[in-house]
Design a protein around this ligand. Sequence first.
Ligand code: IPM
Ligand code: MN
Length: 347
Amino acid sequence: MKTYRIALIPGDGIGKDVIDAAWQVSEKVAGKTGFGLEPTSFPWSCAYYKETGAMMPADGIATLRGFDAILLGAVGWPAEVPDSVSLHGLLLPIRKAFEQYANIRPHRLLPGVEGPLKAKDFDILCIRENTEGEYSGAGGRVHQGTANEVAVETSIFTRTGVERILRFGFEQARMRRGKLASVTKSNAQKYSMVFWDEITALVAADYPEVTVTSYHIDAMAARMVMAPESLDVVVASNLFGDILTDLGAAIQGGLGFAASANLNPDRTAPSMFEPVHGSAPDIAHLGIANPIAAIWSAAMMLEHLGEKTAADAIMDAIAAATAAGIGTAPGQDKTDTITKAVLNALS
Ligand code: IPM
Ligand code: MN
């Protein structure tokens, strides 16, 4: 029997609740489909930071490298550890170290979920560059605390980085409805974003079957609200993709439905799967976090591992639960109730 080694990092806040739910569903589907899952849980989190002074041990990345995939709940507990410390100590280094350059976020309405828009029939795949751009971490501050203080944070766009994310996007578009939207702000940012537009045109030449349109980020934000059904694959830089995918989460009914995969498409290191919602301190410990985003992320993990049948079974079970009205609105059902409904639909 094929067995996959999975690193579980529940992290902070509701991360623990939703990873527990996603893991129950993953184990059940593995049993039914006939493969094994071997979990190793890591306590890396803000609580771990308070104890040890680091979000993960110095050999954390080396440890994770041996796994087939990583399932992560949420990182951040700003009341105790500044986000700029916790995120740069755990989530962001994993994305970069393992070259998880494609952050994939599907936005569509699950059956039974209303969403805030009149438009219901949209199916968008946002693909966010995940290792460079505005998140490069290049910069500094001088004259700190004085009136002359200066802060610089430089976006770094490399030809390798931009080309590989666009190529990945075109591959996805080819397998979907053949439309790709490339998002920049090249009317204002005349170096990096013009560079991105040029590379879009270059890569597009290799994919004549894909219709490509370039949009500015502001216009794309409006389009996702006014005409989401006109979009198929949307490719954007790290920060633009971050912002657009919270908008995507909103139009699909809320962050409780927003799943994501941080993919290393070349498979030179493990990929990481996580719900988009974060640790949600306001509802942590209440048992009302919607686990659907995490369960959906687990389905993406199994698909990446080659277990498409199992992934499809999870998506069908989620759809059965929401079609029956379970977990369709924020705070409406307990985490446990939603998890049980998905587990039941699997049998
Ligand atoms: C996300 C999150 C992270 C990001 C934060 C927590 C650093 O918002 O995954 O979308 O900006 O990438
Ligand atoms: Mn975000």
